[in-house]
Design a protein around this ligand. Sequence first.
Ligand SMILES: *[C@@H]1O[C@H](CO)[C@@H](O)[C@H](O)[C@H]1NC(C)=O
Ligand SMILES: *[C@@H]1O[C@H](CO)[C@@H](O)[C@H](O)[C@H]1NC(C)=O
Ligand SMILES: *[C@@H]1O[C@H](CO)[C@@H](O)[C@H](O)[C@H]1NC(C)=O
Ligand SMILES: *[C@@H]1O[C@H](CO)[C@@H](O)[C@H](O)[C@H]1NC(C)=O
Ligand SMILES: *[C@@H]1O[C@H](CO)[C@@H](O)[C@H](O)[C@H]1NC(C)=O
Ligand SMILES: *[C@@H]1O[C@H](CO)[C@@H](O)[C@H](O)[C@H]1NC(C)=O
Ligand SMILES: *[C@@H]1O[C@H](CO)[C@@H](O)[C@H](O)[C@H]1NC(C)=O
Ligand SMILES: *[C@@H]1O[C@H](CO)[C@@H](O)[C@H](O)[C@H]1NC(C)=O
Ligand SMILES: *[C@@H]1O[C@H](CO)[C@@H](O)[C@H](O)[C@H]1NC(C)=O
Ligand SMILES: CC(=O)N[C@H]1CO[C@H](CO)[C@@H](O)[C@@H]1O
Length: 836
Amino acid sequence: MSDKKNAREVEVCGLIRDFCFGLEMVWWLCWVVLVAAVVVGAASGVQGGGVSYDGRSLIVDGQQKMLFSGSIHYPRSTPEMWPSLISKAKEGGLDVIQTYVFWSQHEPQPGQYNFEGRYDLVRFIKEIQAQGLYATLRIGPYIEAEWSYGGLPFWLHDVPGIIYRSDNEPFKCYMQNFTTKIVNLMKEEKLYASQGGPIILSQIENEYKNVEGSFHEKGPAYVRWAAQMAVGLQTGVPWVMCKQDDAPDPVINACNGMMCGQTFAGPNSPNKPSIWTENWTSFFQVFGGKPYIRSAEDIAFHVALFIAAKKGSYINYYMYHGGTNFGRTGSAYVTTSYYDQAPLDEYGLVRQPKWGHLKELHSAIKLCTEPLLWGTHTNFSLGNLQEAHIFQGESGECSAFLVNNDAVIAKVNFQNLSYELPQQSISTLPDCKNVVFNTRKVSTQYSARSTELSQKFDSSDQWKEFREVIPKFEETSITADMLLDHMDATKDVSDYLWYTFSFQNNSSDDQSLLQVDSLGHVVHAFLNKTYIGSAHGSYKNPGSSLNISISLSNGMTDVSLLSVMVGLPNSGAYLEHRVAGLRGVKIQGIGNGSQDFSKYQWGYQVGLVGEKFRAYNEESSSEVQWNNLGTYKPPLTWYKTTFDAPAGDDPVVLNLSTMSKGEVWVNGQSIGRYWVSFHTDGGVPSQALYHVPRSFIKPSGNLLVLLEEFGGDPLHITLDTVTISKVCGHVSESHLPPVASWGGGQHKTHHKRRSVQIECPHGRIISKILFASFGNPSGDCKSYAIGSCHSSNSKAVVEKACLGRRHCSIPQSIKAFGGDPCSGTPKALLVDAKCI
Ligand SMILES: *[C@@H]1O[C@H](CO)[C@@H](O)[C@H](O)[C@H]1NC(C)=O
Ligand SMILES: *[C@@H]1O[C@H](CO)[C@@H](O)[C@H](O)[C@H]1NC(C)=O
Ligand SMILES: *[C@@H]1O[C@H](CO)[C@@H](O)[C@H](O)[C@H]1NC(C)=O
Ligand SMILES: *[C@@H]1O[C@H](CO)[C@@H](O)[C@H](O)[C@H]1NC(C)=O
Ligand SMILES: *[C@@H]1O[C@H](CO)[C@@H](O)[C@H](O)[C@H]1NC(C)=O
Ligand SMILES: *[C@@H]1O[C@H](CO)[C@@H](O)[C@H](O)[C@H]1NC(C)=O
Ligand SMILES: *[C@@H]1O[C@H](CO)[C@@H](O)[C@H](O)[C@H]1NC(C)=O
Ligand SMILES: *[C@@H]1O[C@H](CO)[C@@H](O)[C@H](O)[C@H]1NC(C)=O
Ligand SMILES: *[C@@H]1O[C@H](CO)[C@@H](O)[C@H](O)[C@H]1NC(C)=O
Ligand SMILES: CC(=O)N[C@H]1CO[C@H](CO)[C@@H](O)[C@@H]1O
């Protein structure tokens, strides 16, 4: 956009009116048309069995179901990745894939829809169906989801009189319009279970209880309306509202959180099942923050507890695969990598032992399905902090869960047998006798990820640069006698908004202070087009105020301040009233001591020149003047180069650790914002690696463009592939889940024959045994050492069994190691191997 066009766009965005817009809006007309749409939708859609529920579970095709579900958000990966993600989810024991629907991307302008590429919702649901899984559609359409503006399209902001998520006619009209659009699309494609499709459940709104109080009497009225509107769409499958304990019938209230086994007050009717819509497998990460590591053992404990103590029958992992916030889709300060710690990592690689441990939990629970869904539940105490939950069917089936809430190991007696329960753990006994799984005992292999260098970019000849044009007041075409709100001015077409003014120094002081008070996330300051400094905020303190000493001299001085958003806010009540950008600008030391420029003549420019000319596209990149790389690397510079695709099919990443902050594009597609100079308190970047999906790249001549805000070093970035390079397995007698056998009242347990099983990813083999010890090695797969007991044959035996193979299994037995290195000592086997 030129500045003039820019002005027009701002104006047009402010003036958009259609059918549902405007002060002149005739509400009854909008209403009549929408009601008609609902009636037509209903007539064209629902027949067949559908999905219902009772106090125990969802009922699909007449059958009660115990369902494990996992969130995978289609726009956070590529259609090329979907089949493999879904099949790994299925292999991990999931029955259902859950996704939000992303309104802001599907309806970028009112009535203009986009269901292409990563936004091809129908293709995603059909892929789930093709693999024989069910789907849950969380339409929202307010979704939060660490998605910019919580998934609401920004144009809603300019609808007169709108108040989001309240009993407000304009909002309800647009919400109903979009919800209906999605439901009709699903019906046309026959995707509801009631039509033979995979969708068994839908969600309306999202965690509304968190904000309901702010809307006073308009809150409950909105909840009733939303439930009624959704149910009126006649999908033939139930609706849920999460964290909404008063969800109106027949909508099911569901739990979100990490510990629903403890925190959920239960369904609000005895006829509704216990559903956990978000069991956080980790937590989203922000720039400046560390990854939140939630252990496989802790997740498994809370899932088992939800099933045992709350009779849970639907558990969803949020996220099962997090993926990537491509482009500018992440919300305020959220990193481009999303839930990399989930069972499938950002690139879709299996994260062990989380994935495998949960898979084992799912199999163990599935062995208990009948008593869990049809049996009677009783619980009793086994000790101070221990309890048993028993589910008994009419024809004698029995499953039990033995819970130890203590921080130390507990020995308990259950039905005349003795059991050892590790600290904070739950044992699952599908037959009320034999332990098949304990949440604390991880028998799955561990794995470690690493990068392999594919290409360097360390020669200046490989690069071109374009220094962004710094505008001054006279060069801007939008003017105002005040400081404009950042979001209202940009309409979110760019992260960037220039605020400029010019003034004459009439004072005789020689030290002045420029004070900028900002609610934007970052501000960069320029005086006479020369960079003088920056400031930024953080997720917890979003604003970015700045004080810089400046030396003024006589004559007109141009001040240009670039306000930057790192994603729009995504949560809280009254999002439409949220403001950002500069709130006050003062210079101390001129005039009568201090001058306030807040009500001065300001000039604005939305976006950067490189954005206007799409400097990141092959076709349009020549519209800006690219030069040879200079030695000085100023702030606000665009860099471009090309690269060839790395061989093989391992995931591809850019290691941007020598850059600072900006955005990066490959072949014109934005792979997201980067911010490596924002370090954690441990002094490392929150995110150094940025995913380049294989489908974005061609065999050679790929265009790589970076926009750098602070001034980084592009010469030392690298293109890498990511691989599982190490696998490790550990079994020990003392760590084995005891398998109780019927001992006529005697304490008797035996152990299943154990072995260490390790496996490299497809296409790789075990190339080296890094460590092997049969004896009593100390530590675990994360950190280990040889103990006082160690068979000298350890390494040779393991090498013989494993080297050159993709998969191997080494029994933890004295025989296999040719003798007992220390009789009487309980034996363990720990093997760590390298894959190549
Ligand atoms: C939604 O609004 C658009 C106009 O913006 C209209 O064309 C469409 O029919 C409406 N859809 C529904 C389902 O009401
Ligand atoms: C049984 O479970 C309920 C609900 O979790 C709990 O309130 C009660 O204390 C438990 N009873 C015993 C004996 O553990
Ligand atoms: C436990 O042992 C007692 C005494 O031998 C017996 O009466 C009872 O039936 C046994 N309970 C179970 C569950 O086997
Ligand atoms: C400096 O003087 C000029 C001319 O008198 C006046 O227009 C301007 O407002 C003054 N600037 C400041 C910062 O006081
Ligand atoms: C800037 O200086 C003012 C006045 O001294 C002070 O109130 C404010 O906190 C300072 N802001 C920053 C970001 O240092
Ligand atoms: C403003 O201009 C005067 C000359 O008129 C100069 O002496 C003074 O240093 C300037 N003030 C600042 C703060 O630079
Ligand atoms: C900015 O440039 C103008 C014109 O060259 C000059 O008069 C003025 O003193 C400069 N201001 C500063 C702060 O350097
Ligand atoms: C400076 O202060 C005096 C007295 O407070 C006032 O009369 C004058 O108008 C002020 N000048 C400016 C430029 O603000
Ligand atoms: C990224 O590259 C830097 C060297 O520039 C290196 O120190 C760092 O370990 C790399 N990070 C990862 C995650 O590979
Ligand atoms: C947001 C939230 O509720 N986080 C909590 C989730 O659960 C963990 C414990 O598993 C708490 O530490 C978090 O505060």
